[in-house]
Design a protein around this ligand. Structure first.
Ligand code: FRU
Length: 287
């Protein structure tokens, strides 16, 4: 069991399951609807908690009616939110999501009126408690300060950085964490045709992974050796929402358990595949 801190967001996810994704300017009836907690950092923590770790979330929590669902689920998974900044103005980030029953794909419209977690908030946390710190690749200027602070004061705490979306200046963070977790979305936005092309473009010495949909995922070690894992497809793709966050959690868990990079990659693809075969993240890990 490790103590893990994740810095990033929690959201309210309003998820409509639809027969198939609607075309523009049409009206469709949802087959079902659920309201749950989402957000990359807290999704990753929910999976890490099921993998047996003690999880802490650092983000912004707005005291408004929609935060009740979020707080209740964090409590359910024993996720400590005492490092959060709690404010009263604004709205918890909210995602309006359509999951297509035909393909299992998810399309997201996201709204936020919520400040980002700042370096000043981060500095107040007793970081000596943690064995691993995970960051979402957002809020770049403040995240850069946090990563520099860690490198200077706590160089022995390993940390991971998720690079899911292209963002201005995000590349300035690449040399700071112990491992970078790239998505296909980021790679494609940078005109990379394959995960290998993206990973090979990184400076020598960076450890990183990159997922690539149904082709699986790749990882690169410090010596620039590449490893590949296939996907572990479920019989039926039910829901891909949070599959990337699950991959990240299982990969971090593998590295904390001192697995080889290639083994951690395979474990991450296995758990992400299992996630796609079920709705949501609850009961993902079978003991
Ligand atoms: C899935 C997810 C959702 C959330 C959205 C935020 O990866 O974290 O739970 O609404 O992405 O970008």
């Amino acid at each position: 069991m490790a103590k893990i801190l994740a810095v990033g967001i929690a959201t309210l996810d309003i998820i409509n399951t639809v027969d198939s994704y609607p075309s523009e300017d049409t009206e469709v009836r949802a087959l079902s609807q659920r309201k749950v907690r989402g957000g990359n950092a807290t999704n990753t923590l929910v999976v890490l908690s099921q993998l047996g770790h003690q999880c802490h979330w650092a983000g912004v929590l707005i005291d408004e009616p929609d935060s009740a669902i979020i707080q209740q689920e964090l409590t359910q998974f024993n996720i400590d939110s005492s490092a959060c900044r709690v404010i009263t103005d604004g709205k918890m980030p909210t995602s309006y999501i359509s999951v297509s029953q035909e393909t299992g794909s998810r399309s997201i419209v996201h709204f936020r009126d919520c400040p980002e977690f700042s370096f000043t908030d981060f500095e107040k946390i007793d970081l000596t408690l943690f064995d691993w710190i995970h960051f979402e690749g957002r809020n770049i200027d403040q995240t850069k300060l946090m990563l520099h602070y860690l490198a200077e004061h706590y160089p022995s705490i390993p940390c991971s950085l998720e690079i899911e979306k292209p963002r201005a200046d995000i590349e300035s963070l690449f040399s700071l964490p112990s491992i970078l977790l790239f998505s296909q979305n980021y790679a494609v936005a940078h005109h990379r045709k394959t995960a290998q092309e993206l990973l090979n473009s990184l400076p020598k010495g960076i450890v990183a992974s990159c997922t690539w949909g149904n082709q699986g995922a790749w990882a690169i070690n410090k010596e620039q050796n590449l490893f590949h894992s296939k996907t572990y497809d479920p019989d039926n793709v039910v829901d891909t929402l949070g599959a990337g966050d699950t991959f990240n959690a299982a990969f971090i868990d593998g590295l904390l358990n001192k697995l080889e990079l290639s083994q951690a990659l395979t474990k991450a693809c296995e758990l992400a595949g299992r996630k796609c075969g079920q709705q949501g993240l609850t009961n993902l890990v079978r003991k």
